[in-house]
Write a protein that binds this ligand. Structure first.
Ligand code: NCD
Length: 343
């Protein structure tokens, strides 16, 4: 992330630069906008904020949630959207370079939200923007195996909201499980943990998909204690949050994940009783077999709420990028209070 000034957002590329005040502000803003949107008058007032703004959603890598939640977040604020999801429908098939494509998008819109299979492309787009006469902010909606900063922000919001009555994220034991090597969500989430006091991480993965060293070096440098294990049952009784991820088979080169027994890296009705009664289960989704759908009925399963939180956090991110915080505060002060929300 590059912010022009403390507390401001411009490009959102990775989790660097997100300090605790900014994270707290984004979480508060997320709750404020979702409350405003609950009444018709509130929803209309939000839609009147950015009718002049346009966004490009450039998603050549598959996406359901991130695309739809950003698209709808734009619409909630009145931003009109254009999209390219299949590069076969763009001039990339005529050989246009990535840089020229991004510059072209920037000619027509006010923000570019992008997801690519390559790591580093959002950063490259942001660097290009910083060189051209009419730059627009770049928001990384997932860059290869590397970063997914807006997912990490909605995960922080979900954790904070779930632990609202218990001091928030501070002091919690958070387990991340699954394909920690190739899953960008857990890499980005680790990058935000330095902002919380007394957090301990438990990294649960098969040896072949253990967390990469760069993340572990950073965790050590920031003094965040973590342990690594491949035995979920041993740690289930001690954790406050279990962040489950799927095995990212689309990245297989030598079929690394074929024939592996992933049953040990899943949560189901058999091992669920080991989890504390007030712990939570998260997942960025889409899920594979690692969460038995029967777990959805358990009150500790918060992943469907987490999914919906994503749209509201992305509204908050856009509010910050377009510097509408004061307008939102004014709306919150004038509109009638909305009914309570359990999500
Ligand atoms: C994640 C992603 O794309 O990295 N999905 C998402 O954005 N919610 C997780 C995944 O695909 O496993």
């Amino acid at each position: 992330m590059r912010s022009d000034m403390a507390g401001r957002l411009y490009h959102v590329i990775d989790t660097r630069g997100f300090d605790r005040p900014l994270l707290d502000e984004l979480c508060e803003l997320t709750t404020t906008v979702r409350n405003i949107a609950k009444t018709v008058a509130g929803a209309q007032a939000l839609q009147a904020l950015l009718p002049h703004a346009r966004a490009m959603l450039y998603f050549p890598q598959p996406s359901t949630r991130t695309f739809l939640s950003f698209n709808n977040a734009c619409h909630i604020l009145g931003i009109r959207t254009s999209e390219i999801r299949d590069p076969a429908t763009s001039s990339e098939v005529k050989g246009e370079s990535f840089d020229d494509s991004i510059r072209t998008f920037s000619s027509y819109v006010d923000v570019i939200i992008m997801r690519t299979p390559e790591a580093g492309y959002a950063a490259r787009a942001a660097a290009q923007m910083d060189r051209i006469p009419r730059p627009v902010p770049i928001v990384n909606a997932g860059s290869g195996k590397d970063q997914h900063p807006t997912q990490a922000l909605l995960d922080i919001y979900t954790l904070e909201r779930s632990f609202a009555d218990r001091g928030g994220i501070d002091g919690k034991v958070i387990a991340m499980m699954g394909d920690l090597k190739r899953g960008r969500t857990v890499r980005s989430l680790c990058g935000l943990m330095r902002n919380y006091r007394g957090v301990r991480l438990v990294l649960v993965a098969p040896a072949a998909f253990a967390m990469e060293d760069d993340v572990k070096v950073e965790l050590r440098a920031q003094g965040i204690p973590f342990t690594e294990t491949s035995r979920l049952a041993d740690v289930l009784p001690e954790i406050d949050a279990l962040y489950v991820t799927r095995i990212q088979t689309e990245w297989d080169t030598a079929e690394e994940s074929r024939g592996m027994d992933y049953a040990q890296f899943g949560i189901n009705l058999a091992n669920l009783p080991l989890l504390k009664h007030d712990a939570i289960i998260m997942h960025p989704l889409p899920r594979g077999p690692e969460i038995d759908p029967a777990v959805d009925e358990d009150p500790r399963a918060v992943y469907w709420r987490q999914e919906r939180n994503g749209m509201w956090m992305r509204v908050a991110i856009l509010v910050k990028i377009f510097r509408l915080e004061d307008r939102i505060a004014a709306l919150a002060a004038t509109l009638p209070p909305a009914p309570a929300d359990r999500a």
